[in-house]
Design a protein around this ligand. Structure first.
Ligand code: NAD
Length: 699
């Protein structure tokens, strides 16, 4: 069945692209376009063709559901379709509204004329998937909007409204009113004035000083692209548009496209792209599960997290009642929120009016009674079961039936928290990450009794407040923190075994993490991890202790907030400085534990830290805490600064090869580590033995 419709309007044929939601250029649509053109060619009464999409999209580019399937490579491929359009003898006019992205823009550039609505969004976003436009985008766009502007768009992937190109050869007309009418009028003009069959390929991509410009471009792009090969390849391809004839330029583009497609960076970016779309799919909660209406939100606790959480909802236009225990706490919370908005206005990121509108949605309160009509209440009070108990008992007594009661707890048992109410089905964990108004990740913690519509509502709400929500089952630390504890413990144990603070962080940062584990511990605050460790030591007496970390905390070195942790900090400065005091503590601990320091390679540092994440991730999958390996990757990409070009810990391990990971882990069993920890998790061992990836789930 074709997904392009053919109509005739007088002398003009109209081919309407129809592959919702965004007219992805799947095989049926590609074939439909070619068939439509053939039909027009075969009818003498037809003098011109209009190619039009929907209001939402002319075309969003490649059909992502075809990625990795044979359909993607089946003829007519996009370049064939474009060649066909470009060489047909009847003028083709693209009528563009909504998204005109990637392959969609390349398709439009193959037409003889283009008219667009002023607000149509024009982009070549391929670089975000680690590739470049592969159907002539790098050759044709510079010919119509100029070399510099085109290169900017191609290396950044950003979308630009069509009206910005008014007057350039990209658009022959900008249509303010009805797009089809405007396009038909333009087509009639082409016919009546017998205008030529313009081809973008016949234009010249000109630059006054190509050598100087491309040298400059390589330097600037190279400096920001760092771990990503695609942006520099974009420069090569655009340079070819300037320096070579069209067909040779196309060959340069094609070769670069084919090479980039095979790079680990592109594989990682494409993995992340699909992983993000998968997170909202929950096996037993179908996408048509009814959701509850969330018009009003309550937040309890105006501390670090409560204020950040509140801002998310205010930004989305949802009123929030913020409840604190005492007036000073409430004032502090409101002032913290106000400060964030003032900062955004000062930096030009938000208008004063919008900031005021957000603040107007905030109702500070000292009374739980003001939460009576809230549809959702999120608790962000102290991390203490007794405090949580009293809060949830009060909420149970106060909130209206059907209200969702959420906890932002990082470590406490959500099922126990739910049991403090008579409505455990309405209780859910919404685990935000600090700073909660900035971090993309939201772990949605599903309790044993959480109702499906409550879960579906939380996932929908996450989209409203622009978070990437990942579902986690209940366990100590949920997905993210349970894994990070293993990673950090290995880092600290390697410090005891012979590595230095600086070496560990540098090795991990070189791997691509935004911040090494010890700098991260200093930023998060050593006291938080210490409190968790003390609880774990009590619960598991045979656990290997992180003696250096404990010793630093005993000395009051909690990291940045106390001016000293694994590093020292000058007042008012976040630069992590080497501290000989720490070296002394490390030496003392080594002596006490009878450890003879050995030379630890950077490779061991990376492998022990990263494979500690992988092994724990595999356990989480086996236990059903995480739904899929790609969800774990999203947690790490959006919440923990894992390098995006490596695709997340589980994807990275799969790319290294799971049998290689298992082999690399073997010698770590002899280190000063938690006994049994380096035993490969059963799922990891099974997948490695059977040559499967995690999400193929070797059972
Ligand atoms: P915080 O100490 O900064 O803030 C807690 C606030 O809750 C305080 O302002 C306190 O006055 C208020 N409060 C305490 N009991 C209350 C009550 N009964 N009624 C109303 N207000 C009350 O703590 P935080 O860092 O914002 O952490 C809050 C919760 O979020 C904890 O459960 C914590 O584990 C979790 N969490 C923290 C982080 C983080 O990085 N800080 C990250 C994720 C989750």
């Amino acid at each position: 069945m074709s997904s392009a419709h053919f109509d005739v309007n007088g002398e003009i044929a109209v081919i309407r692209l129809d592959n919702p939601p965004v007219n992805g250029l799947g095989l049926a649509l590609r074939q439909g376009i070619v068939d439509g053109i053939k039909q027009a060619e075969g009818d003498d009464a037809i003098k011109a063709v209009v190619l039009i999409g929907s209001d939402r999209a002319f075309s969003g580019g490649a059909d992502i559901s075809e990625f990795g399937t044979s359909k993607m490579l089946a003829e007519p491929i996009l370049t064939t379709v474009i060649n066909y359009l470009e060489t047909t003898k009847k003028p083709v006019i693209a009528a563009i509204s909504g998204a005109c992205m990637g392959g969609g823009l390349e398709l439009a550039l193959g037409c003889h004329y283009r008219v667009a609505r002023p607000d149509a969004q024009i982009s070549l976003p391929e670089v975000k998937l680690g590739i470049l436009p592969g159907a002539g985008g790098t050759q044709r766009l510079p010919r119509v909007i100029g070399v510099e502007h085109a290169l900017n768009m191609i290396v950044s992937g950003v979308a630009v409204p069509a009206k910005q190109f008014q007057g350039s050869p990209l658009f022959d007309d900008i249509v303010d009113g009805d797009l089809l009418e405007g396009a038909l009028a333009y087509a009639k003009k082409v016919v009546s004035e017998n205008l030529p069959l313009k081809r973008v390929r016949d234009l010249k991509a000109h630059h006054e000083n190509p050598e100087g410009f491309f040298m400059f471009a390589r330097n600037t792009v190279g400096a920001v692209a760092r771990n990503y090969p695609a942006p520099l390849k974009c420069v090569d391809a655009v340079e070819a548009a300037v320096t070579k004839p069209f067909d040779q330029g196309m060959a340069v583009e094609r070769e670069a496209f084919a090479n980039l497609l095979q790079t680990p960076e592109s594989k990682a970016l494409r993995h992340a792209f699909f992983a993000e779309r998968l997170t909202s799919k929950i096996a037993d909660v179908p996408s048509d599960t009814p959701t509850r209406d969330i018009q009003k939100v309550g937040v309890i606790g105006g501390g670090t997290m409560g204020t950040g959480i509140t801002i998310n909802f205010l930004n989305a236009g949802i009123p929030v009642t913020l409840v604190e225990m005492k007036q000073e706490g409430l004032d502090r919370g409101v002032a913290a929120i106000q400060k964030v908005y003032e900062g955004r206005v000062k930096k030009g990121k938000m208008s004063e009016d919008k900031a005021k509108a957000c603040m107007d949605l905030l109702s500070p309160s000292l009374s739980y009674d003001d939460l009576k009509d809230a549809d959702l209440v999120i608790e962000a009070v102290f991390e203490d079961m007794g405090v949580k108990q009293s809060v949830f008992e009060t909420l149970d007594a106060t909130c209206k039936p059907g209200a969702i009661l959420a906890s932002n707890t990082s470590t406490l048992d959500l099922n126990k928290i739910a049991s403090f109410t008579k409505r455990p089905e309405d209780v859910i964990g919404l685990h935000f990450f600090s700073p909660a108004n900035i971090m993309k990740l939201l772990e949605v913690v599903r309790g044993d009794k959480t109702a499906k519509d409550v879960l579906a509502t939380a996932m929908k709400l996450a989209k409203t407040i622009k978070k990437t929500a990942v579902v986690s089952g209940v366990c100590d630390g949920f997905i993210g923190n349970r894994m990070i504890n293993q990673y950090q413990r290995e880092a600290i144990l390697m410090l005891e075994e012979g590595a230095t603070v600086q070496q560990i962080d540098k090795a991990i940062e070189k791997f691509g993490f935004a911040m090494g584990p010890l700098r991260m511990a200093d930023l998060a605050g050593g006291d938080i991890g210490w409190a968790i460790r003390k609880r774990l030591y009590a619960e598991h007496p045979d656990m290997t202790k992180m003696v250096v970390a404990d010793r630093l905390c005993e000395m009051g070195r909690y990291g940045q907030k106390t001016g000293a942790g694994f590093y020292r900090y000058e007042p008012g400065n976040r630069n992590a400085l080497h501290d000989p005091e720490v070296d002394k503590v490390v030496d003392e601990v080594r002596a006490e534990l009878g450890i003879t320091p050995r030379k630890i390679s950077n490779r061991e540092i990376v492998e022990r830290c990263v494979y500690a994440l992988v092994n724990e991730g595999a356990r989480l999958l086996d236990e059903g805490i995480a739904q899929r390996a790609s969800d774990i990757d999203m947690v790490y990409l959006t919440g923990y600064g894992f390098p995006v070009f490596r695709g997340g810990p589980m994807h990275y391990a799969e790319e290294v090869g799971l049998p290689n990971v298992v082999r690399a882990m073997e010698p770590f069993a002899d280190t000063h580590t938690q006994p049994g920890f380096w035993e490969p998790a059963p799922l990891l061992a099974r997948c490695a033995a059977e040559g499967k990836r995690f999400d193929e789930r070797a059972k």
